[in-house]
Design a protein around this ligand. Structure first.
Ligand SMILES: *Cc1c(COP(=O)(O)O)cnc(C)c1O
Length: 361
């Protein structure tokens, strides 16, 4: 049955997510595998969030609070911004979509590093706009080249800090110089999905740059450090004028009542956040030590994941590792055909990763 679809939609390459654990186990006939491919929390979800979701179940016949009053207020107090500056999403992915719908139309340009998070490109193309890619330099975002790529038609710049998939960070001073030198009217989206894991005190933080006189959007998520990837809730802090426009295109009940309840409770679960950070930092340090002992090259990271250079086909390494019950991410789709990405897991998962890698390499 023929139907007509705009070319800018037809040309979108589908996002390839890490496959769910259950699906891979079924496909490969394995059990008891460990998944270190999607940067998920090795400790599971925040227990306080799980309890709060349980309590909210009895009210599922009600529509959610479309304004997410309580969660928005709590975030605003926590982040010391106004509630009118906050927009919540069904994952921060959804907020990327809203930003593209509001800010981009056919022919407009959005500058983004490559490789970086694949959803920037997809959301930009969905608006009929044109992604302009800036290659990384030494696996890090090169702000000079990003600035050079900004032109007459640029409306948005996407930056990912720490950058997925490399784990590199932008320095606060460099970031502030970049923003000050940017032509007026361009919105910078700073994706801080992994900011909680950052240990470098010099790393840029969007919330500290809100007063710089450029429209800045700081994007955060409950999916990683709070262990709530399956719940789908993220948020962004931006100038109130821009937030108002996002609310116009936002679906009225985009954050479910369970997501609101879970996120509210997670914000009060400082113990879980601390425990997560301790486990992830220990995991990263243990893995780096074990890889160095085996002369396997990996790249410094400020996130809960990092790149390993496998010096042969990453797709083949992915398959081999999978047969040993360890799920990693091949970076071939990101343009690094001999690199894999792994995230820090629980101690036992990390040991299994090293053991499997040793055998495969
Ligand atoms: C995981 C991730 C997100 C978070 O997406 P959600 O939709 O909030 O789960 C955003 N940006 C990057 C770079 C990520 O890796």
């Amino acid at each position: 049955m023929p139907f007509t679809v705009a070319e800018h939609i037809r040309s979108i390459a589908p996002y390839v997510p890490g496959k769910p654990l259950e699906e891979l186990e079924r496909e490969y006939g394995i059990a008891d595998s460990v998944k270190l491919a999607s940067n998920e929390n090795p400790l599971g979800p925040s227990p306080k969030a799980v309890a709060a979701i349980g309590e909210a179940l009895g009210r599922l016949h009600r529509y959610p609070d479309g304004s997410a009053f309580a969660l928005t207020r709590k975030l605003a107090r926590r982040l010391q911004v106004g509630p009118e500056q906050i927009v919540l999403g069904n994952g921060s992915d959804e907020i990327l979509g809203m930003l593209s719908r509001v800010l981009l139309g056919p022919g407009d340009e959005a500058v983004m590093p490559r490789p970086s998070f694949l959803m920037y490109e997809i959301s930009v193309r969905s608006s009929g706009a044109v992604p302009v890619f800036v290659p990384l330099k030494d696996l890090a975002i090169d702000l000079d080249r990003v600035a050079d790529a900004v032109g007459e038609r640029t409306r948005v710049v996407f930056l990912c800090n720490p950058n997925n998939p490399t784990g590199s960070v932008i320095d606060q001073k460099r970031m502030s110089d970049f923003l000050s030198a940017l032509p007026e009217g361009i919105v910078v989206v700073l994706d801080e999905a992994y900011i909680e894991f950052v240990r470098d005190p010099a790393a840029a933080r969007g919330l500290a740059l809100m007063d710089i006189g450029r429209p800045l959007v700081t994007l955060r998520t409950f999916s990683k450090a709070y262990g709530l990837a399956g719940l789908r809730v993220g948020y962004a802090v931006m100038p109130a004028e821009l937030a108002q426009l996002l609310h116009r295109v936002r679906m009225p009940f985009n954050v479910s009542s369970l997501a609101q309840a879970g996120a509210l409770a997670a914000l009060d679960d400082q113990a879980f956040l601390n425990k997560t950070l301790r486990q992830v930092h220990k995991g990263i340090d243990d893995l780096f030590e074990a890889l160095a002992e085996r002369d396997i090259a990996c790249f410094p990271t400020q996130a809960n994941f990092f790149l390993i250079e496998v010096k042969k086909s990453a797709d083949a390494v992915f398959e081999e590792m999978l047969k040993k019950g360890v799920i990693v991410r091949s970076m071939s789709a990101y343009g690094y055909p001999t690199y894999i990405r792994v995230n820090a897991g629980a101690d036992e998962e990390n040991r299994r990763l090293i053991h499997a890698l040793e055998q495969v390499l």
